[in-house]
Design a binder for this molecule. Structure first.
Ligand code: T5A
Length: 209
């Protein structure tokens, strides 16, 4: 049987990367074979596309170009990393996936959702995450956590209004798919966020406990 794909979603600074490591450790303690990865990124070509997408060298990148590059990176990631791992029974934990595309290119850039859905169906076929943990924090709180970094990437240079639209798009998706997308309150201290995540995983996969 194909192993689960679990994704972490949310705007910049909500703690996705931080909690990815914690979730991996928890699953490993439960005896699960698990690999972590990220989007855009994963295999070398997808990481190269990530470099293009995040670079501030292309401030005028067209929204359609951005969308197509996201799905080009995803096609490579799925074929070379995610699908083979799951087929051999390894769980995949991914920092962002297609919900990010709906939130950023759909909500943030205003690309019609039907266009994104066409690409999703083409690139992914029926594949969707088994579980998505949506780390939800106030936009101002989350962005403040990222401000200690030396340089902002192309997305981090966006306006507050952009991130508010991204956040609203995540809310709509969580509302539309409550069984798959579980909201985690990421305003709380790290330990409490981690506890919510573990509780959610043990409910969703009772065999782990
Ligand atoms: N993108 C991606 C699209 O537009 N479309 C797509 O389809 C895809 C897949 C990727 C960019 O690409 C865009 C979205 C993104 O802009 P990225 O760097 O991979 O960029 O993703 P980011 O969200 O930018 O990564 P961040 O590192 O900024 O956010 P994280 O991973 O959510 O946050 P994390 O874990 O690094 O934490 C940030 C800081 O906050 C602290 C942490 O310790 C850390 O210092 N922190 C907390 N502090 C207190 N309390 C808590 N609860 C905390 N949680 C975290």
């Amino acid at each position: 049987m194909t192993a689960p794909l679990i994704t972490l979603e949310g705007i910049e600074g909500v703690g996705k990367s931080t909690h990815l490591a914690g979730v991996q450790q928890y699953l490993q303690r439960c005896g699960v074979s698990v690999v972590t990865t990220r989007e855009p990124g994963g295999p070398p070509l997808s990481e190269a596309v990530r470099g293009l997408l995040l670079s501030t060298d292309y401030p005028a990148m067209h929204a359609d170009t951005e969308l197509l590059l996201m799905f080009a990176a995803r096609a490579e990631h799925l074929r070379h990393t995610i699908e083979p791992l799951r087929a051999q029974g390894t769980w995949v934990l991914c920092d962002r996936f297609t919900d990010s595309t709906y939130a950023y290119q759909g909500g943030g850039r205003g690309i019609p959702l039907a266009r994104i859905q066409t690409l999703e169906d083409w690139v992914q076929g029926p594949l969707r995450p088994d579980l998505t943990l949506w780390l939800d924090a106030e936009v101002s709180t989350a962005l403040q956590r990222t401000q200690k970094r030396a340089a902002a990437d192309r997305f981090e240079q966006e306006t507050l209004a952009f991130f508010a639209r991204v956040q609203a798009a995540y809310q709509q998706r969580a509302h539309a798919e409550p069984h798959r997308i579980i909201r985690i309150d990421a305003n709380l201290p790290l330990a409490q966020v981690q506890a919510q995540i573990i509780s959610c995983l043990s409910q969703r996969f009772p065999a782990l406990a």
